[in-house]
Design a protein around this ligand. Structure first.
Ligand code: MN
Length: 251
């Protein structure tokens, strides 16, 4: 595995909420899944990744949160539009009330405590909603003329760049990447609409869709709409992004 980035001196503990739930006929609760590309990318940059279960009481979740040095929110199903005050659009996909509850709590606590956050795909959407923002429930239905953002894995592998994002030159994201343009993958049908309080948009595709948000005054509060973990072994910028996040998590 390429390893051009020096690892940080500390080994920050980074929480990752469990991802999609799959029905289990033998249990009265679904099985939880997580995708090892996220944990592998964090570990390769020196972090200690910790999967956080769903279905925990608030106080248990809070006690886990208190041990964390950083939070990583990952991809998955749609956010329930009730969390930003909208009725479901006909093109809304599957939602997961328990995952919404767990991730919105963790995201709000992290913003309050200025705990570093890297939020990816669904994660940027959760982070934006946690800060009071809203989403396009379906880009194709709600943004006429938008580019294709919903590539399917069957047609386009994780590491394949499918659109260009332009990055604000005065953003922390541009400073850490040292580029103002990145050809990224794209596997989403929702996107940030109104940006949440304290955040600013810092990357866009040519159709104006927001592809990254950040809070400049925070230690590290970044959401990206693409999947850098899926490009970790093929694109040095993806490794640079994860390495910067892990370094920011060191107390
Ligand atoms: Mn996109």
């Amino acid at each position: 595995m390429p390893n051009s980035t020096p690892l940080p001196d500390c080994r920050p503990l980074i929480g990752i909420p469990a991802a999609n739930q799959e029905p289990n006929a033998r249990a009265n609760r679904p099985d939880l899944e997580f995708r090892s590309t996220y944990t592998n990318a964090l570990a390769a940059c020196g972090a200690l990744p910790l999967i956080i279960p769903l279905w925990l009481a608030d106080e248990t979740l809070q006690a886990i949160f208190a041990r964390l040095d950083g939070l990583c929110l990952t991809g998955g199903v749609d956010v329930d539009p009730a969390h930003y005050g909208e009725e479901p659009h006909p093109a809304l996909g599957r939602v997961d009330a328990e995952r919404d509850r767990t991730e919105l709590l963790l995201a709000r606590w992290a913003l309050q405590a200025d705990l570093p956050i890297l939020a990816i795909c669904r994660g940027i959407q959760v982070l934006n909603v946690a800060a009071g923002g809203s989403l396009y429930q379906d880009i194709a239905a709600q943004v006429p003329g938008a580019l294709l953002h919903t590539y399917r894995l069957a047609d386009s592998p994780w590491e394949r760049p499918t659109h260009r994002v332009r990055i604000a030159h005065d953003s922390k994201l541009a400073a850490l990447l040292e580029v103002e343009e990145w050809a990224t993958n794209s596997f989403h049908h929702q996107a940030v609409r109104e940006v949440g309080e304290g955040f600013r948009p810092v990357a866009w595709t040519d159709d104006g869709i927001i592809e990254a948000i950040e809070q400049p005054a925070r230690r590290f509060a970044l959401g990206v709409q693409w999947h850098p973990e899926g490009m970790f072994d093929s694109d040095p910028l993806a490794r640079r992004l994860f390495a910067a996040f892990v370094a920011a998590c060191c107390p």
